[in-house]
Design a protein around this ligand. Structure first.
Ligand code: ADP
Length: 540
């Protein structure tokens, strides 16, 4: 019998969806702790029942397949539950960045056609202002966290009231097609209005499992929520941690002392954080820092982690896994896969290896560093700069209602990341800059990340960012912005001396500007465009 005659049927083919993870967690480990938040402890059986109740109550409100449900929430249990309850209805979850202004929140509610909007009472002012401008205001549901003292209700009903109206008898079905949309995530909109990136059930399933393997999440992993769940759906970890029936430790605020304390108290095994959070941990007061008796792994990405920070984290006893990705790639899509031979390297050298972005994650199919005009791959020489291109199953469906931007992003059958890097002989990519951040001096490319890496090695430097400064002779030269650690002193001369000792002369900053704090985006990335405008204003 020809194998081609064998057909798909309901017994041998079901669509991939991360919803199966929670059903299985409740079946396999009903009594294991699923969620910890303050005094709250809930098991997997209870968490699953709450999600079913929430889905049924939302259905009674008229939410159905294809509808958008928006959420403006910190990392609280309700946000986790929405990651399951909303897709159970075939609806699409739009988790919004809680640090955005009212205008942008209103834009996203309108653009995404949100039917329901869950908002934390702490954000009542911005949420109300956003709603007042909406063309078709959604139904508002307040999430009332007892930890919020200044909160105000602005909605028709609270989350708990809604939950009490639902039924645990609710039954969900996997989507008929795994290409069905599961979430909508807006980019940060540094160049105009944010774009709405749409994910599907298949990609969410695959990236969750790719994370499980990439980070080595064991059954029952204890995961601390430092990375916002609104950021690329927490890089798909709401689903990944559930796949291993692990424990989600929720945290409302990212503060070093709370992070150290939570890891100690709950024996957290894994967490994810942007490099800026690792910098906070490394520079926290010694009395706050805890050296843990148990193994802890932190995944970092979202911006280039300086090798010095990786080194300092490893000294604290925290193993670092370096990930690279974008909103468009469901978060992690490239991973700095650890090579056995690195284990014996001196720490600084090992940190240097980990600081490279790496190779394809398990759920991606192909990558290349290539000429953006011809799509011709660059040689794997660790020197020629090209743009990073990706393709695979954990790639967005496209930008909502923006066919032009979608076509541009996928031109030539590859996703254009807009990041520039080199390809090493071992196949690892090393990002040198975003295309718009690279500094071209006298025809030579200077990677701002390379210069920043050196600056971070100076003991007095807390934060550093390097941008291009116009120069009549060289075209552009590097200018460094630096925030100094508390109680330390540093001047321009010392910075230049330190750079000259560690970098080629033409890469050394020609100007150094000291700031109390560097401006950051709502996702904690240093805003180089703000620094460039400051520089322009200073020289005007
Ligand atoms: P936004 O583009 O709105 O800042 P994203 O979270 O999608 O939001 O950011 C993706 C970008 O972040 C990438 O294009 C890249 O420039 C940067 N990035 C992410 N991870 C890394 C990393 N590990 N190293 C260097 N840059 C990174």
């Amino acid at each position: 019998m020809a194998t081609a005659e064998l057909a798909k049927n309901p017994a041998n083919y079901t669509t991939l969806t991360p919803l199966t993870f929670i059903a299985r967690a409740a079946l396999a480990h009903p009594d294991r702790t699923a969620v910890i938040y303050g005094d709250i402890r809930r098991s997997w059986a209870e968490t699953y029942r709450r999600c079913l109740r929430l889905a049924s109550a939302l259905q009674a409100l008229g939410v159905g397949p294809g509808d958008t449900v928006a959420a403006l929430l910190p990392n609280v249990p309700e946000m986790l539950e929405l990651h399951f309850a909303v897709p159970m209805l075939g609806a699409v979850l739009n988790a919004q960045n809680t640090r955005l202004d009212a205008r942008t929140i209103g834009y996203m509610l309108d653009h995404g056609k949100a039917k329901v909007f869950f908002t934390d009472t702490e954000y009542h002012q911005r949420a109300a202002a956003a709603l007042s401008d909406c063309r078709q205001p959604p139904l508002v549901i307040d999430v009332c966290d007892p930890h919020v003292s200044e909160g105000r209700r602005i909605g028709r009903i609270s989350y708990d009231e809604l939950l009490s109206q639902g039924s645990e008898e609710f039954r969900w079905q996997p989507p008929e097609d795994e290409w069905h949309s599961i979430t909508l995530n807006y980019t940060s909109g540094t160049t105009g209005d944010p774009k709405g990136v749409v994910y599907h059930h298949r990609g969410a399933y695959l990236n969750a499992l790719s994370n499980v393997i990439g980070l080595g999440l064991p059954s029952g992993a204890v995961y601390l929520w430092t990375l916002p769940m609104f950021h690329c759906n927490g890089w798909c970890f709401p689903w990944a941690v559930t796949a291993v029936a692990g424990t989600h430790v929720c945290l409302r605020q990212v503060q070093p002392e709370r992070i150290f304390e939570a890891i100690r108290a709950h024996e957290v095994t894994h967490f994810c954080a942007a490099p800026v959070v690792l910098t906070m941990l490394v520079n926290a007061a010694a009395s706050t820092q805890v050296h843990f008796a148990h193994p802890v792994t932190a995944a970092t990405g979202g911006a280039a982690p300086p090798a010095a920070i990786i080194e300092a984290m490893e000294k604290l006893g925290i193993r670092i896994v370096h990930l690279y990705g974008l909103t468009e790639t469901y978060g992690p899509s490239v991973i700095c896969e650890f090579q056995d031979t690195w284990a014996g390297l001196p720490l600084a050298e090992k940190a240097g290896k980990i600081a490279r972005q790496g190779i394809l994650s398990l759920s991606m199919t192909d990558m290349m560093v290539a000429d953006p005009a011809t799509l011709e791959p660059v040689p794997r020489d660790g020197a020629t700069i090209g743009e990073l291109f990706l393709r695979g199953s954990t790639m967005m469906k496209g930008y909502l209602n923006d066919p032009e931007a979608t076509a541009k992003a996928f031109a030539g059958g590859w996703f254009h990341t807009g990041d520039l890097g080199v390809w090493h002989p071992d196949g690892y990519v090393e990002i040198k800059d975003r295309s718009k951040d690279i500094i071209i001096s006298g025809g030579e490319n200077i990677s701002s990340i390379e210069v920043e890496n050196v600056l971070y090695r100076h003991p007095a430097v807390l934060e550093a960012a390097v941008v291009a400064m116009p120069d009549p002779f060289w075209g552009e030269v590097p200018c460094a912005f630096i925030a100094i650690k508390q109680g330390q002193a540093l001047d321009e001369e010392e910075v230049v001396r330190f750079c000259k000792a560690n970098l080629a002369g033409f890469k050394c900053p020609k100007k150094v500007i000291f700031l109390d704090e560097l401006p950051k985006t709502s996702t904690g990335k240093i805003q180089k465009h703000v620094l460039r405008s400051r520089l322009a204003a200073m020289s005007a």
